[in-house]
Design a protein around this ligand. Structure first.
Ligand code: NAD
Ligand code: UGA
Length: 461
């Protein structure tokens, strides 16, 4: 029975995942280490480095009991029987495969630390999302040691979504564990399965070979993103034809073979992983000589870029082809609700495009303003305002652009916002969150995604 777990990488995955393992397995000592000292200090403070509903309670329950956040990587490695590797694997920005392949430098550095400090055999678990067959390279680095140490590699990709991470971890649709098809490999898979089996029903724990597990993670994200791009592509057609994308999605999604989830049209998917993982899949297909397959998946990313750019195009068209000098209230900057994470948020693209048109953007987000400030640090300061409320952002604005599906945006006093805005007042609902008819009746010109705009410009002069 495993007694001592280490996780290398205290980010959006390592932090919450290990907190839930510690919570569910009080008899296991769980340590999370990172090279980023500030991040570890925040994990040990009252202000955690990430916002995630329910996370604080779990950390408060376990921290100091059987959950420890530390920068002492050598000690962590020495003491652990199982090491989860949850470091970042961003898209490569340089050299061969730049813009597509995964940058595995952090993974390799982690492997080298494990080799350097390990004093006995370990199970090393790939928690990061990795290209298929990474375990082969990882094994070579780990076994290039002269002390005869043996490392068994297991793939255990993470499927949590931000904003619902704690619920996802407590009640996952499935836990996937891949291993080498050898007696030692099977035993390692079983040791990892036994950790999850403390709270996840056995029928939800799927075991496969290593390569299937690594590839399944990329495929799962690609399939989810594909659904978003598919419905977004249809939203464009709806706007031209008088069909309503929500009605289409609801009716099509009622077919149990299609399913209702992940068919919400919007300004496009963001987040640190969808784009990076699809580009990685594209790179792998090219690498393995499958250009047609690569091209097919690249279309999902292209459609996503089209959707954000189409949204800004609609804003420009509606606002008489110029936003120069106009204040635009941006409601929401996070890539989705219930997170402060802004990585690859479509709000970044939309704001940058508006700034290029010389608009002034007044941004409000309940949790993501610190990250928004970093994302737009290079923008002209007089053109970007960070606001403490939606009302402050809308004061004197020509338009509101709703970019994140925060629930609180559904309950704002839109009559008061309308009164505080310049006229004609525009509202671009990039997440189709609002009651468009009543906004129209308040006086707004309303532009939803995937259905007809409601404007007061019907009568020609
Ligand atoms: P992150 O950037 O938030 O965290 C990664 C952490 O690893 C950072 O704090 C970094 O300092 C640390 N790190 C890097 N190199 C290190 C080293 N050599 N030693 C010690 N620490 C090191 O990333 P994340 O969002 O947690 O994602 C981690 C992995 O999980 C990625 O592969 C990602 O694709 C995957 N994933 C992410 C999510 C998500 O929702 N964010 C979900 C599923 C899977
Ligand atoms: C996604 C997957 O859902 C997780 O299973 C996976 O573990 C994770 O990526 C990862 O590997 O990082 P996440 O990016 O946190 O999780 O959030 P999602 O809920 O998937 O949303 C992604 C983006 O798609 C958001 O910008 C969201 O607004 C958008 N989206 C989602 C839509 O536009 N429409 C939808 O119907 C669903």
């Amino acid at each position: 029975m495993v007694k001592n777990i280490l996780c290398i990488g205290a980010g959006y995955v390592g932090g919450p995942t290990m907190a839930v393992i510690a919570d569910r397995c009080p008899e296991i000592r769980v340590t999370v280490v990172d090279i980023n000292e500030q991040r570890i200090a925040e994990w040990n403070s009252d202000r955690l480095p990430i916002y995630e509903p329910g996370l604080e309670e779990v950390v408060r329950r376990c921290r100091g009991r059987n959950l420890f956040y530390s920068t002492d990587i050598p000690r962590g490695i020495r003491e652990a029987e199982v090491i989860f590797v949850s470091v970042n694997t961003p898209t490569k920005t340089f050299g061969a495969g730049a813009g597509r392949a995964a940058d595995l430098q952090y993974l390799e550095k982690t492997a080298r630390s494990i080799v350097e400090y390990a004093g006995n055999d370990k199970i090393v678990v790939e928690k990061s999302t990795l290209p298929v067959r990474t375990a082969e390279a990882l094994s070579r680095v780990l076994h290039a040691n002269t002390r005869g140490l043996k490392f068994r590699i297991v793939s255990n990709p993470e499927f949590l979504a931000e904003g619902t991470a704690i619920a996802d971890l407590n009640s996952p649709d499935r836990v996937l564990i891949g291993g080498m098809e050898t007696p030692e490999g099977n035993a390692a898979v079983e040791e990892i399965a036994a950790i999850y089996a403390r709270w996840v029903p056995r029928e939800r724990i799927i075991t496969t070979n290593l390569w299937s597990s690594e590839l399944t993670k990329l495929v799962s994200n690609a399939l989810l993103a594909q659904r978003v791009s598919s419905i977004n592509s249809i939203s464009a057609l709806c706007e031209r034809t008088g069909a309503n994308v929500h009605e289409v999605a609801r009716a099509a999604g009622r077919d149990s073979r299609i399913g209702a989830k992940f068919l919400k049209a919007g300004i496009g998917f963001g987040g640190s992983c969808f784009k990076k993982d699809i580009l990685n899949l594209v790179y792998l297909c090219e690498h393995y000589g499958l250009p047609e397959v690569a091209e097919y998946w690249l279309g999902v990313v292209r459609m996503n870029e089209f959707q954000a750019s189409r949204f800004v195009g609609t804003m420009l068209d509606a606002m008489f082809n110029t936003v120069a000098g106009k204040r635009i209230a941006i409601l929401g900057f996070a890539f989705k609700a219930d997170t402060g994470d802004t990585r690859e948020s479509p709000a970044i693209t939309v704001c940058r495009r508006l700034l290029a048109e010389r608009a002034e953007v007044a941004i409000y987000d309940p949790k993501a303003l610190d990250n928004a400030k970093r994302d737009l640090a290079d923008a002209p300061p007089e053109a970007v305002k960070f606001c403490a409320s939606a009302a402050e952002a809308a004061e004197g604005a020509h338009a509101i652009a709703l970019l994140t599906d925060w629930k609180e945006f559904r309950d704002l006093d839109y009559a008061a916002l309308y009164r505080a805005m310049k006229k004609p007042a525009f509202l671009f609902d990039g997440r189709d969150q609002l009651d468009h008819r009543s906004l129209y009746e308040l006086g707004f010109n309303v532009y939803p995604i995937g259905c007809a705009a409601l404007t007061h410009f019907d009568r020609e002069p």
